[in-house]
Design a protein around this ligand. Sequence first.
Ligand SMILES: C[S@@+](CC[C@H](N)C(=O)[O-])C[C@H]1O[C@@H](n2cnc3c(N)ncnc32)[C@H](O)[C@@H]1O
Length: 388
Amino acid sequence: MKIAETSNDKLDSLLARCHHSMIAMNESEVENAHWPQRKINLRYLEKVNNPHSIHGIYPYRGKMSAIDAAHVISQLVPNSRLLDPFCGTGTIIYEAQLRGLQVTGVDNNPLACIIARGKTEPIDKEFTLTHLEYSIEKAHTLSYVPPMPTAPAEYFHETTAEQIMRILSVSDSFSPFLLACFYGAICLAARACNGWLWTSTSIGKINPPLREIDFFSTLFRKVRKHIDFVKGTPLVKIHSYDARAINEIVPSNSIDVVYTSPPYFDALDYTGYYTKLVMEILGIDRNQIRDGLIQRYSTYEKDMREALLALDQVVHNKSIIIFVVGNRMVHGKLVRGSDFFSKIAPWAEPYVVEREYTKTASGLWDRINATRRKEQVVVWDLGLRGRK
Ligand SMILES: C[S@@+](CC[C@H](N)C(=O)[O-])C[C@H]1O[C@@H](n2cnc3c(N)ncnc32)[C@H](O)[C@@H]1O
């Protein structure tokens, strides 16, 4: 049975919109001391998601709007040295690379780093396609493959599960791009086996009878869909590392722009969601990875202070630092992201632009749930305001 690509597109697009679409409420400009003649404009955004891009390669939790990222980055000077200390699957990194910046990404979730590398490392397209064909052929003819572990196997038709394990058995030679497509195809196949009924809130709900999905063609289509978007350049470095010790791997005073969406303080689990499924199939101990991430209520402030102090060592005194944060309920109390970060950051008087979900799919989600979520873009301009 084949997966209709249109369903994939719709779901990719819906998923991305549900999580990340934001509309800016007001139009504002922030003076940029590093390039005094320039301004960073955080204006109203009509459209936040582009399904025809590389960013649908994997449905990572907390992925940010690529259109928003591109809008900010297009205003930065090419060649600037940009750091995303919580880069996840590399939305900012990819968009910055496209625009000629020198980019460093850091994330302590190795799976996210593989996806980020897959989007940004140079590849030979012809070789990649030939290698994929050869690998599928080889996977097909293996006389034995280990069964899928019991927990993830529940979500797949048994034929699909076996095909996934066949690809896993030959994936040692895959480039990060092929790995990213492989992991993304696992997520697509899980949704498809369950009749495409999974949304952000119903992931993991088994919908029998499980449909048989041809995993080999799902993977092949995914690779074909994304390969032309890879514009790899050697100007990107991605490290699987703890941002609280970023000063150990990024040289002091070497970063002109920090641009990031940090982990949320409502303890969003970046090893959960589809990543749980993929990690279980790969035999990765997600508890161990989760232990290295900032996502516990009780230590969030301490952890984040540590990360900000480490960041402070790698920026210089004309750097600009941009954090995209949100409002969250913590123990029944609403915490405004920009207030929290203004309080704990070592930098003085940030400029803040607040945005909210309005007419998008996320706005609909808000209406249904009687919520009114907000996000803020917090900008510290060290050249203008300096440190505290
Ligand atoms: C909001 S997500 C970033 C998503 C990213 N902008 C994207 O589009 O994919 C926050 C990221 O912070 C990472 N993270 C959490 N704690 C970390 C730590 N101590 N060091 C480095 N990264 C960490 C998580 O793994 C997660 O990928």
